[in-house]
Design a protein around this ligand. Structure first.
Ligand code: F0G
Length: 458
């Protein structure tokens, strides 16, 4: 059959708020024109993030009831540990309350001011945690990865030549670890090939630099490897994930993505000293190492969810939904990052709004127009999220791209929801000249996009 169907049926429903334009205008004004500050009841289709917003399966809900809430040594921890070890093969496994907690402890225990951490692209929390301890986060995407419209596969690959140059320039002793993010969220959700991870590991091994995988979307990446990389077509997604982790020295994970859970994360590694340092700080800020900030029931739900994410039929359906939307947007001349990534559609807001400069924050203009027109919530990944103040009083350094991300919560929305989003975007494209420039009128010193207040010039 050519039609790829949802490999599940729906047992429980949740009403969607349907609002009027006037209600949305009032809501956005009281949210200071920042959709992060909206109440969720004011949003009809919420594509802000795929993080922690998925629907759990009946098996996950059943597993919740098996949660054992013992402070130490709970059987739910054993279930979690066994599952994470089966997938990753790592010796030491530490639950954390979400991905950034793993990043924070890793940065605090392994980095000093002046160190450098390369990555294909750091996600905002990863970058912020590295910079918070005074180290430098360097993105090393390949030229194809930087080209939004190149149809090349594996545009999340780390640029090996630039990695080698960086190691030479900075010195291996100044690079406590290198990261690779699968899939590459900040760069369009693009996958990384096994070959690229293998070659990066070979280079890093020569310099005794450990490799840490940011594994948030490891199962989506495994699906791309199976479908598009030579030699993997008859391998299971679990086997592909196992091979990928076998190339690394550790991993940080947000279980809110391919853990198919609403909260949770982990750090895993092989090195005993790294584990010792991580454990000590974990106890200080997250909790005892057998729960790490999570309830026993969360550990159970994640253990089940991690394996569900590796189900081939589920991934086939998930990728089909992203491709469905991308194909329809392309046919309506809406500029989207090509080829579509694993968890989201990324719209090129700079091309969508040619009348706006980066300092007008076209991504915010488009995000707010999507909300006003259709009650749809998306997120800007452009100069608000990734721009930086310039030295002196010379304004800001713009981000390389002005993107708007429409993320797909897992197992939540159906095809008619996506058809609605496509219709709203088509309408906005026809009225694109009316998308307005924005200014920031209040901002925090880091991760400013979450809480900034904007004002609209027009
Ligand atoms: N790394 C990547 C690649 C991510 O996408 C995220 C979160 C994190 C780390 C941090 O994980 O949220 O559990 O602390 N990304 C979410 C998003 C927030 O919307 O893409 P966390």
């Amino acid at each position: 059959m050519r039609t790829i169907i949802e490999p599940f049926r729906i047992k429980m429903t949740e009403p969607l708020p349907i609002t009027t334009r006037r209600e949305r205008e009032a809501a956005l004004t009281s949210a200071h024109d920042n959709v992060f500050l909206l109440d969720a009841e004011q949003v009809t289709i919420d594509l802000l993030t795929d993080s922690g917003t998925g629907a759990m399966s009946d098996r996950q809900w059943a597993a919740l009831m098996l949660g054992d809430e013992s402070y130490a040594g709970s059987p739910s921890w054993r279930h979690f540990e066994k599952t994470v070890r089966e997938i990753t093969g790592f010796k030491h496994i530490f639950p954390t309350h979400q991905g950034r907690a793993a990043e924070r402890i890793l940065a605090a225990t392994r980095l000093k001011a002046g160190n450098v951490v390369p990555n294909n692209s750091h996600f905002d929390t990863t970058r912020a945690n590295i910079e918070y301890v005074g180290a430098r986060a360097v993105d090393l995407l390949t030229p194809e990865g930087l080209d939004l419209y190149s149809e090349k596969q594996f545009k999340g690959n780390i640029d090996l030549a630039r990695l080698e140059q960086l190691i030479e320039a900075e010195g291996e002793e100044n690079i406590p670890f290198c990261m690779i993010t699968v899939t590459n969220n900040a760069g369009g959700g693009q996958p990384v090939s096994m070959k690229n991870i293998e070659s990066a590991k070979e280079l890093l091994r020569k310099h005794r630099i450990p490799l840490i995988i940011d594994a948030c979307r490891f199962a989506e990446n495994a699906y791309f490897v199976r479908e598009d990389e030579k030699g993997f077509a008859d391998r299971s997604l679990l086997e592909i994930a196992q091979e990928m982790f076998s190339l690394a020295d550790g991993a940080t994970m947000s279980a809110k993505k391919d853990g198919m859970a609403n909260i949770g994360g982990f750090f895993a590694c092989n090195d005993d000293n790294w584990a010792e340092d991580f454990r000590n700080l974990l106890i200080l800020t997250e909790g005892f190492p057998t729960y790490g900030g999570l309830a026993g029931r969360d550990l159970e739900a994640i253990a089940v969810g991690l394996m569900e994410a590796l189900d081939y039929e589920y991934q086939r359906y998930r990728h089909a939904t992203v491709e469905y939307m991308a194909a329809r947007l392309v046919s309506r001349d809406i500029p989207v990052v090509r080829p579509p990534g694993g968890h989201a559609i990324f719209i090129d807001a700079a091309a969508f709004c040619p009348h706006l400069a980066p300092c007008d924050y076209p991504g915010i203009g488009l995000v707010n127009a999507l909300y006003l027109e259709g009650g749809i919530r998306a997120v800007e990944l452009g100069s608000v999220m990734f721009g930086k103040p310039a030295a002196g009083d010379r304004g800001e350094i713009a981000a390389p791209h002005e993107l708007v991300r429409l993320s797909f919560p897992r197992r939540v929305y159906t095809q008619s929801h996506f058809d609605y989003v496509i219709e709203v975007l088509d309408l906005l494209r026809q009225q694109r000249d009316s998308i307005k420039p924005y200014r920031i009128i209040k901002q925090a010193p880091f991760l400013r996009h979450f809480t900034a207040h904007f004002s609209c010039d027009a």
